[in-house]
Design a protein around this ligand. Structure first.
Ligand SMILES: NC(=O)c1ccc[n+]([C@@H]2O[C@H](COP(=O)([O-])OP(=O)(O)OC[C@H]3O[C@@H](n4cnc5c(N)ncnc54)[C@H](OP(=O)(O)O)[C@@H]3O)[C@@H](O)[C@H]2O)c1
Length: 373
């Protein structure tokens, strides 16, 4: 198709990895001019997207310091997941057309992907993705919601349903429930008919989590504001008729993991989703190793007959690609029926990408945070 004449724009560049995400945000990320990619240089199956919204995710932050499992080669543009409008498509792309709203699959394009499209993140006016990564925007979703869909909800489905085998009528304790994957887990657990107990550190955020579907919320801050979490096992026992929960979904790690083991019933399942409270498990600047790794008490696990399961969505899917099609089918059916809508609490213009990333790092966000070029 004829090359359009597109105005220049901007993109964020990570010039080198930081010691920590905050170091990277303060010193190694800049907004630079970006000419529109020239379609003459693109392939027949490429799609050029004018980005409207890009998710600011926890993984986007960790990648800037190389403390995430997948190392991006610098310089790169962050923004694993984004949504926008097709500005040009290669002659072999038939499923979308110029002007159509789309969202991009962060497994197959962008800085988290493994192939040639890593250079194009969503923190930019334009991005290029292969046809297979580009999906039509469902009419039920806005650009902001669509770029907060796949990573968060596929994680929730993989962890809770594929790994955790959560059933209707069971009770699940969700740590970090105000977070992107945590709130997705609240939605997914309610959709399969489970009772949800949600933890968090802020009454205001927990009120939103409850409005989003959690049956019970528990503030886990210590009474005197000191580090760590308060003892909340009695609250959980009281809410579960003295029995304890069937499943824990733990995206927080550290002290809350140990308290949550105490909240499980005998024979319960503990799902390790992440460690938002201890992001410096690995060394900064992309040095590998895990000097600050979280540890769990084997005595509690043993005596309560618990199953502890690590639930890495991307790695499990790379090991067994057959996991993904049924997961996507289930997720998209919920979207189509109107049963599921990602919640996005914070929206920033791309020019304020640093403030957006700081808001996400501080934990101001409930559900999703986006930047709009
Ligand atoms: N297993 C997987 O496949 C997979 C996929 C994606 C992400 N993850 C991991 O899952 C974890 C959560 O990701 P996310 O995207 O949901 O992150 P997020 O949006 O930042 O949410 C994390 C939540 O944890 C809570 N939290 C409790 N203590 C905290 C502390 N000391 N510092 C910061 N947050 C704290 C916060 O809620 P309150 O402020 O309400 O307490 C926050 O909303 C991360 O470790 C991420 O790497 C795993």
């Amino acid at each position: 198709m004829t090359a359009p004449s597109l105005p220049p724009g901007h993109r964020v560049l990570v010039s080198e990895l930081g010691e920590s995400p905050t170091d990277a945000i303060d010193h190694h990320l800049t907004l630079i001019p970006m000419p529109a990619p020239d379609p003459a240089t693109l392939g027949p199956k490429d799609v050029l997207i004018a980005v409207k919204s890009a998710s600011v995710g926890w993984v986007d932050l960790l990648m800037t310091s190389g403390q995430y499992q997948h190392l991006a080669k610098t310089p790169y543009t962050p923004g694993l997941e984004y949504a926008g409008v097709v500005a040009w498509q290669g002659p072999e792309v038939a499923h979308v057309a110029v002007g159509e709203p789309v969202y991009v699959d962060g497994f197959l394009a962008g800085p988290r992907s493994l192939g040639a499209y890593q250079a194009y993140g969503g923190f930019a006016t334009y991005a290029v993705a292969p046809a297979e990564a580009v999906r039509r925007l469902p009419p039920q979703l806005s650009f902001d919601q669509a770029c907060n869909l796949l990573g968060n909800y596929e994680t929730a489905i993989h962890c809770l349903l594929t790994c955790g085998k959560l059933q209707a009528g069971e009770t699940v304790l969700i740590n970090g429930a105000s977070g992107s994957t945590g709130l997705a887990a609240v939605h997914v657990a309610k959709l399969v008919g489970a009772t949800v107990l949600a933890t968090g550190r802020s009454d205001d955020k927990l009120a939103v989590v409850q409005a989003q579907g959690a049956d019970h919320v528990l503030n886990c801050r210590t009474e005197d504001g000191s580090p760590g979490v308060r003892r909340f096992r009695e609250d959980v026992k009281a809410l579960t008729g003295g029995r304890g929960v069937d499943v824990v979904y733990d995206g927080v790690g550290g002290d809350i993991s140990v308290e949550s083991l105490r909240c499980l019933r005998f024979g319960g399942r503990f799902l390790i989703v992440g460690w938002a409270a201890t992001p410096d498990v690995a060394r900064g600047k992309g040095q590998r190793g895990a000097p600050n790794v979280n540890v769990l008490p084997t005595n509690i696990i043993m005596m309560k007959g618990l199953t502890v399961q690590g639930c890495p969505t991307v790695i499990s899917t790379l090991n067994d690609p057959s996991l993904r099609p049924p997961r996507l089918e289930r997720l998209l059916a919920w979207v189509d029926s109107g049963a599921l809508r990602p919640h996005v609490s914070h929206v920033f213009p791309l020019t304020e990408f640093q403030e957006a990333m700081r808001a996400k790092w501080r934990g101001d966000v409930i559900g999703g945070c986006v930047v709009r070029p």
